[in-house]
Design a protein around this ligand. Structure first.
Ligand SMILES: Nc1nc2c(ncn2[C@@H]2O[C@H](COP(=O)(O)OP(=O)(O)OP(=O)(O)O)[C@@H](O)[C@H]2O)c(=O)[nH]1
Ligand SMILES: [Zn+2]
Length: 355
């Protein structure tokens, strides 16, 4: 298999050469579990660990390899390799970790396109689509909306749903398919290009697995589980989270993908609701919350019907979640800082006493 088949490209190769990584092989992380990785290179598949240097210089979880990452590796034994560096990511899909720590988890890296999957029956909800769009914009992933289960409703109802999406979401392709009748698959396939990386985002039960099965046909790469003993003697089983589609596209599918929420969507909110963000600059007060202020340009536009009220409410809800998330992170950083200072003071005291 050529690295290009896994999505390797010229800018990655340029980086590898320019940063003196030419002596290593380029590989793509196809599975990650704790600090154990499965890396696929042109030569084959390796079970890999990161160098001590990478581990000790890592400041956050984002400094560790994730599924989809391109890494510089050196094989050292049959089937074993060391990861020396992570090549620059074109996109990072993350989510806020469960719990109160507000730590960000990297779900996958280097995804080009996300299929935002929604069923046209009971799951259908434009607010949820906007939520996924926000994540895509924050992550630098191109969205494509896929409506499933179109066999369950009639043509008129489907047209109505598509219209209601287009009224609120501009410039994002909408494809309607059925996993049962396979209608719409030709149109969908036209969006899948060789060497590009995709993922599926959507609630449980909307038809993501069925879609994946219909797309992959033969040539699926993760049919068997990987089970090897680790250097520490443990025996673990991992599933490859990268699937090669028949059309040459690469699909990343892992459990974290199914729990994507809002995390650190710097700029994401603004891109999704561009018109709201632009209006917000025209508000009378700089710190306008767009809830009740006089001279609020956003409220005025909602009143005038220039902005959809549902979009406005969704925007406000996400803005609140985002600021809550950022506050939690700031709070934790402050605590970490105070703790670090305390430790330094204790050490100083000990040194003084020893003198
Ligand atoms: N009628 C109809 N049923 C579908 C379609 N796509 C999926 N289903 C059914 O919907 C159910 C859920 O489909 P899945 O593909 O498992 O959904 P999923 O999104 O992978 O769900 P999770 O694994 O929970 O995330 C299954 O019973 C499918 O047979 C469709 O296009 N039409
Ligand atoms: Zn305002």
């Amino acid at each position: 298999m050529k690295p290009e088949d896994l999505g390797y490209n010229e800018s990655l190769e340029k980086y590898r050469v320019e940063h003196n990584l030419g002596g290593f092989e380029a590989g793509r992380v196809v599975a990650a579990h704790k600090e154990r990785y499965i890396v696929r290179t042109a030569e084959g598949e390796f079970e890999a660990e990161i160098t001590g240097h990478l581990r000790f210089t890592a400041k956050t979880r984002e400094d560790f390899p994730a599924v989809g990452d391109w890494v510089a590796v050196s094989p050292f034994d049959s089937g074993l390799a060391i990861i020396h560096a992570i090549l620059p990511r074109s996109s990072v899909l993350k989510r806020q970790a469960v719990g109160s720590s507000a730590e960000v988890q990297v779900i996958a890296a280097n995804i080009d396109y996300a299929f935002l999957v929604q069923a046209v029956d009971r799951d259908f909800n434009v607010n949820r689509l906007e939520r996924y769009l926000t994540i895509c914009h924050a992550s630098n992933v191109q969205p494509i909306i896929v409506l499933t289960k179109t066999d369950l409703i009639d043509r008129t109802r489907l047209e109505g749903i598509i219209q209601s999406i287009k009224a609120r979401i501009k410039d994002v392709p909408v494809i309607a398919i059925s996993n049962e009748t396979r209608s719409g698959f030709k149109e969908l396939q036209a969006f899948i290009r060789k060497g590009k990386t995709y993922c599926l985002l959507g609630s449980s039960g909307v038809g993501k697995s069925s879609l994946l099965n219909n797309l992959s046909g033969r040539g699926i790469m993760r049919t068997d589980a990987i089970s090897r003993s680790t250097s520490k003697g443990r025996h673990v089983t991992t599933h490859r989270e990268v699937v090669l589609l028949e059309s040459g596209g690469i699909l990343i599918d892992n459990p974290g993908m199914r729990e994507v929420g809002i995390a650190d969507s710097s700029g994401g909110l603004e891109t999704t609701f561009e018109s709201i963000a632009q209006l917000a600059q025209k508000c009378k007060f700089k710190d306008c919350t767009h809830t009740a202020e006089a001279g609020c340009a956003v409220l005025a536009a909602v009143e005038a019907g220039e902005i959809d009220r549902a979009s406005y409410e969704n925007y406000m809800k996400m803005a609140r979640e985002k600021s809550h998330f950022e506050a939690t992170v700031a709070e934790r950083r402050k605590k970490d800082k105070a703790f670090g200072k305390m430790i330094r003071n204790i050490k100083k005291d000990i040194r003084k006493r020893e003198e």
